[in-house]
Design a protein around this ligand. Structure first.
Ligand code: CUA
Length: 326
């Protein structure tokens, strides 16, 4: 009997070792290991379910009471059976445990050759920074390869979720968390905020754009030269400000209402304030609204806009930009 137990345990370990070995070698694609893991659980779960349910239904009918005063047989137990149905689940659980541990390691141990980017969440959007320091909004461009993403938040808890890469991680103000993913193929992959963070939670959508190495390098160069030759018109400056101050997390520019009103067509419009007074959206109102958003809240929206102290030239640039989007 003891020999049999030892043999079964050895068998369990032999099946589990490849998973542990894969983790040790670090040739890792978490998407694959997750999917295999899910399949294993689905198969094991189905087999266990059927093994229990089919005999259960069969016995319910076979041993049902057939006469009113019939007594069931008194069964003491069966040592062999009890040992068997203790050992088998134990082996299954050890295997699943080892596999889970290996998958967890895949997700937490960043392979040595990786690039490091940074993502900062705010209500409501993601600021992304490439290793070269290029800042983008709700759009993370990376070359093919392993990417470590350092995460933090400016305000409440958000969660950086990458379903295509089978990973996600909380983003907490004052703390640095991380995740990594293997950007295998060029393409666009969705990013979601997976932690309910306020009224704009559902608009916290972004994307990871995986590019071929040479395309990525060309993009970095073009961004860097763009920044170097920045003699911009007020309109273009205003556009940059609206994008870099992350206004677009809460304001649409295609007529859509998010946490705040859409910015296109806003200039020159008459808006009703919470106290019922009507105001025309002009240069002065825009300046006041950006500097002290709570002073004149527009009816129908919350009070979540943060104040931004800018220079007069910057307020004017934003107003100039708003005039151009109808
Ligand atoms: Cu940020 Cu939900």
């Amino acid at each position: 009997m003891l020999k049999q137990v030892v043999r079964l345990l050895m068998a369990a370990l032999v099946v589990s070792i490849p998973y542990a070995a894969a983790a040790a070698e670090r040739v890792v694609d978490p998407v694959k290991s997750w999917d295999n893991h899910l399949k294993t659980w689905a198969v094991v779960g189905t087999v266990v379910y059927l093994t229990v349910t089919i005999p259960l239904i069969y016995f319910v009918f076979k041993y049902r009471r057939k006469h009113k005063d019939e007594d069931g047989a008194y069964i003491e137990g069966n040592t062999g059976l009890e040992i068997l149905w203790t050992i088998i689940p134990m082996i299954i659980i050890i295997m699943l445990g080892v596999q889970s541990w290996a998958v967890f390691n895949d997700l937490r141990e960043v392979p040595k050759d990786h690039i490091e980017v940074k993502v900062v969440a705010f209500m409501y959007g993601f600021e992304m920074y490439t290793p070269e320091g290029i800042k983008t909004l709700n759009e993370l461009r990376v070359p093919v390869g392993n990417v470590k993403v350092n995460l933090t938040s400016k305000d409440v808890i958000h969660n950086f979720a990458l379903p295509a890469f089978r990973t996600r991680e909380d983003m907490v103000a004052g703390e640095n968390t991380y995740l990594w993913f293997y950007a295998k193929e060029p393409g666009e992959y969705p990013v979601y905020c997976a932690e309910f963070c306020g009224s704009g939670h559902s608009s916290m959508l972004a994307k990871v754009i995986v590019m071929k190495k040479e395309d990525y390098e060309a993009w970095v160069k073009s961004k860097q030269s763009e920044a170097a030759t920045a003699t911009l018109t007020p309109e273009a400056k205003g556009k940059n400000l609206v994008e870099s101050l992350a206004c677009l997390g809460c304001h649409g520019i295609a007529g859509e209402t998010k946490a705040g009103p859409a910015l296109n067509g806003l200039f020159g419009k008459t808006e009703e304030l919470e106290d019922g007074t009507k105001v025309v959206v002009d240069d002065a109102f825009i300046k006041e609204k950006i500097a002290d958003p709570k002073a004149k809240p527009i009816k129908g929206f919350g009070h979540i806009m943060p104040p931004n102290m800018l220079t007069n030239e910057e307020y004017e640039a934003i107003a100039a930009y708003l005039k151009t989007i109808k």
